[in-house]
Design a protein around this ligand. Sequence first.
Ligand code: SF4
Ligand code: SF4
Length: 392
Amino acid sequence: MVEIDNSLMGKEYLEMAFERCIKCSTCKYSYKTFEPSCPSGEKFLFESFWASGKIRTIRGLLNGDLEWNDELKDAIFACPTCGACMDACQAPHADYIVDMIEALRELAVKHIGPAQNQEKLIERAIKKFNPYDEPNSDNEELKKKYDLPDKAEWVYYIGCTSNYRQQSLRDATLNFLKKASINFTLIDEHCCTSPMIRTGQISISKEFMNYNIEKIKEAGATKVITSCAGCYRTLKNDFKKFGIVYDFKLYHTCELLKELIEKGKLKFKSNYNKTVTYHDPCHLGRHSGIYEIPRDVYKQIPGINFVEMRRNRNHAWCCGAGGGVKIGYPDWSVEISQERLEEAKETGASIVSSTCPFCRTNLSDANEKFNMGFEILDLIEIIDQLEYDVEI
Ligand code: SF4
Ligand code: SF4
């Protein structure tokens, strides 16, 4: 038995690989639709790619039955950490399967390195504070454009994907917050480090998290809102794992929208006469337990024909962008989204909507690459197209 290095963040999760998995294979299928639910296993069709096999890999490596070698890389890193296995598994370790996979990756990075190209995520973040290799924005121009103060009750934490790849989503969020007269500001952000945490490259995470918390404190905010499901999950769940505590209230955009509708403060004045289906982001759904809130908002939009895909909520098929798959396995990543869009076709929807800029990116890439003919929009972009009265 190989001793687990005490310096590992995910040590406790690696230990769960012993005695807990009963090799029943329940993690391979949705228990609602009995359809395949694991993009990794379905692509590579070899036991070590499903969650059950990943757990066996941990056990083998720690037992000394397996030796570290590059051939293990795909089985460890070709997985969008979607969490469908956590939802399907009925054993006591179920809720921790993705934590176990991320801990395995942390260990793998030390022994064989990350999958191809994933090292760029952390290299770029170290140099430019974002994983996209973009010159880092301190958001001062946006603050000027939207006439935002230095100190405010709310901080809109934009996140790297919205700020550098999905600016229409970012701008729709800014328009809404401004129109609602919310007292908010922006900070000079560092990446929340979700892409690094998912790929086992966690050396900078704590420093970046502390930096962001410090900036939020400097802004005097007691509430933080983000339009990114990945940032939301990281702030909500991962900060705790790294021992970072904060006392601000965290919102995803959809939570604010729902709250305002319920209080009668957001009233739509125009119709949206289109058929829309919703793709559950894994970060917001399975990893944060938010399924009904965005649906409640869509259903309040006048004129909308809201339809569900066959696999929805906790049974949703992943978009394929997360877990480092988009950068490590780009062709396969869009194939996963292609399968999601084929499912969306069955609903008759013309709009595929989500609440995550990363899902928006990958669904849009698949939509374009495979000529699927959809319009891909975030919920807040739909709201941005409507006329409404809002007051806080
Ligand atoms: S991970 Fe859970 S569902 Fe999968 S084989 Fe093990 S016990 Fe069964
Ligand atoms: S996280 Fe998703 S892709 Fe990875 S093993 Fe679990 S179900 Fe499969």
